[in-house]
Design a protein around this ligand. Structure first.
Ligand code: NAP
Length: 271
């Protein structure tokens, strides 16, 4: 286990807010040279010892340019935390293909873009770690946030597959699975443009539960500590459930599917 990140370079996407900000701060405190990204780095609140740079993960040129500028300043990147993301809300029937594609463009293809830009350098160096911020909804269903859950399920399958491809090069791809965590995600998210009366009651109730869950959720510091563990463990685990996510992921894995289904519908009053 490495206890200091001295002389290591880390890239944290979406460091202007919430979980990403906490991760960037913790990695800098533990000695890494940290580059945090935001789409508008000038308006991002500064974090001590973190260099903020511009990056839109939905834009090929923006990602390539940002990665190139980090390598020019600091040499090879050892650690990448793919954290940038937002939540699209609305019933599936209310969600357009354009809105669904945009959700995947940030939460899933954004991760691919950043990974593809950094991986060749890591492979040549023979060391590196990608830590992707998934969610418990990478394992669980999330009614009225189906596209968000789908983007995180995609991230789970992608990361686990990638990990098998790159492990022999000394590179690992790992997942962090937080549950509700205090952040700005309820405000930075997007609602589907269309709203159908048929879904209004259930949508309203479940999204209100989600908003409250986030407001009273886990401290983002817990997620940052899990990221640090994933980056520094000699033999890291593939998945790190965090906070209340630990219980939820155990329930998902060990409860019979029909029992889990009933419990989820009861919790969300869907019957
Ligand atoms: N909060 C939770 O309960 C929770 C639970 C599980 C997983 N997560 C995951 O944790 C990650 C961080 O979310 P958060 O809760 O900390 O939300 P947040 O406070 O809203 O932060 C989201 C970050 O993502 C960045 N971002 C959004 N779109 C981007 C784009 N196209 N290009 C580059 N950066 C972009 C934002 O940066 P700018 O807007 O400044 O560019 C911001 O820094 C997300 O992947 C989310 O899915 C959150």
């Amino acid at each position: 286990m490495i206890t200091s990140l001295k002389n290591q370079t880390a890239l944290v996407t979406g460091a202007s807010s919430g979980i990403g900000r906490e991760i960037a701060q913790l990695l800098a405190e533990r000695g890494a040279r940290v580059f945090g990204t935001a789409r508008d780095p000038k308006s991002a609140r500064p974090i001590p010892s973190v260099e903020m740079i511009g990056m839109d993960v939905t834009d090929d040129a923006s990602v390539a340019g940002a990665v190139q500028s980090i390598v020019q300043k600091s040499g090879p990147i050892q650690f990448v935390v793919n954290n940038a993301g937002y939540a699209l809300t609305g019933a599936v029937e209310e969600t357009s293909l354009t809105e669904a594609r945009q959700q995947f463009e940030t939460n899933f293809f954004g991760v691919l873009r950043v990974t593809n830009a950094v991986l060749p350098g890591m492979r040549r160096a023979g060391f590196g770690r990608f830590v992707n911020i998934s969610s418990v909804v990478g394992l669980l269903p999330s009614p009225f946030m189906a596209m968000y859950a789908a983007s995180k399920h995609a991230m789970e399958g992608y990361t686990e597959s990638l990990d098998h491809e790159v492990r022999r090069f000394g590179v690992r791809a790992l997942l962090i699975e937080p549950a509700f965590t205090k952040s700005n995600i309820s405000h930075s998210g997007k609602d589907a443009d269309v709203q159908l009366d048929e879904y209004a009651v259930h949508r309203g109730r479940i999204l209100e539960l989600t908003r409250k869950g986030i407001a009273y959720g886990d401290d983002p510091h817990l997620v940052a500590e899990a990221v640090f563990t994933a980056l520094t463990a000699e033999s890291p685990r593939l998945r790190y459930p965090v906070g209340k996510g630990v219980t939820l992921s155990r329930l998902r894995r060990f409860l019979p599917a029909s029992l889990f289904d009933r419990a989820l519908r009861k919790e969300f009053q869907l019957n």
